[in-house]
Design a binder for this molecule. Structure first.
Ligand code: PEP
Length: 269
């Protein structure tokens, strides 16, 4: 059974979509849709940098939180074009995506840079969602488990258990992102459980901790209203990181409602 103590999370990654007025309108529609609701999951919106301030203003009196899609790991300095953790915090950002596969694929992010960004996020008390997942080629060559284990281990290098209280991990198979193909729910759950076990293995020497058991693990990859219920039924899957279906309130609000329904079913057990 799913652990009711782990937070349930629905996160919307808007990628490089929406200008400022479009972003405000979407945030308003989502904020309106959850107004006054109880038993909600944590809901986080990740607009582009250019709309963070505007969306932050809209979300201020709502239960919806603000996240950023990327940041640099330095506190500041001569890094043209980059944005620091403190600049994001100044805008009211609470969550940060780290190592999204599009950043790894198109912008040269590596397991090492993911580790630096995770350390910077934790240092500044930004809540990190670290993304991991295999490519199609890796899956077809039975490398899924090895790749995911390596990505998780590298992300957590040199960190202490006590630092990980706010960590969230997203399992996002690259072949399922933006393709309309979802990873079968049971298989996604198996990999989420592997991630949990890998996190525990990273801190094996500290026998008092099973930190992996308390970390929310999300699934991402073509999640939509028709797939979410089965996904949220899985024992090791605590929510979703959503791209395409986060771009309209019509698609995104039903995902939040499904998580709310799941939370209520776990409470009543
Ligand atoms: C994502 O951007 O993290 C993602 C999972 O996208 P999509 O839902 O469109 O596959």
């Amino acid at each position: 059974m799913s652990n009711p103590k782990r937070s349930k999370i629905i996160a919307g990654n808007w990628k490089m979509h929406k200008n400022r007025s479009e972003a405000k309108a979407l945030a308003e529609a989502i904020g309106h849709g959850v107004k006054g609701e109880k038993d909600l999951p944590i809901v986080v919106l990740f607009p582009p940098f250019t709309s963070l301030a505007a969306v932050g203003d809209v979300l201020r009196d709502t239960p919806v939180d603000l996240g950023a899609q990327n940041m640099d790991h330095h506190d500041g300095g001569a890094y043209t074009g980059e944005v620091s953790p403190t600049m994001l915090i100044d805008l009211g950002v609470e969550y940060i995506l780290i190592g999204h596969s599009e950043r790894r694929q198109f912008f040269g992010e590596t397991n090492a840079s993911v580790n630096l960004k995770l350390k910077a996020a934790l240092k500044h008390a930004l809540k990190p969602i670290v993304c991991v997942g295999e490519s199609l080629d890796e899956r077809e060559n039975n490398l899924t488990d090895a790749v995911v284990r390596r990505q998780v281990g590298a992300a957590l290098a040199d960190l202490e258990v006590e630092e990980l209280k706010t960590l969230i991990v997203a399992y996002e198979p690259v072949w399922a992102i933006g393709t309309g193909k979802t990873c079968e729910a049971a298989e996604a759950n198996r990999v989420c459980a592997l991630i949990r076990a890998t996190i525990n293995d990273c801190f094996r020497s500290d026998e008092s901790t099973q930190i992996g058991d308390s970390i929310p693990i999300l699934y991402g990859g073509s999640v939509k209203p028709s797939t979410i219920d089965e996904q949220l039924q899985q024992s090791d899957l605590d929510g979703a990181l959503v791209g395409g279906a986060s771009l309209t309130a019509e698609d995104f609000l039903p995902l939040i409602k499904s998580a709310q329904k799941r939370i209520r079913s776990l409470i009543s057990v």
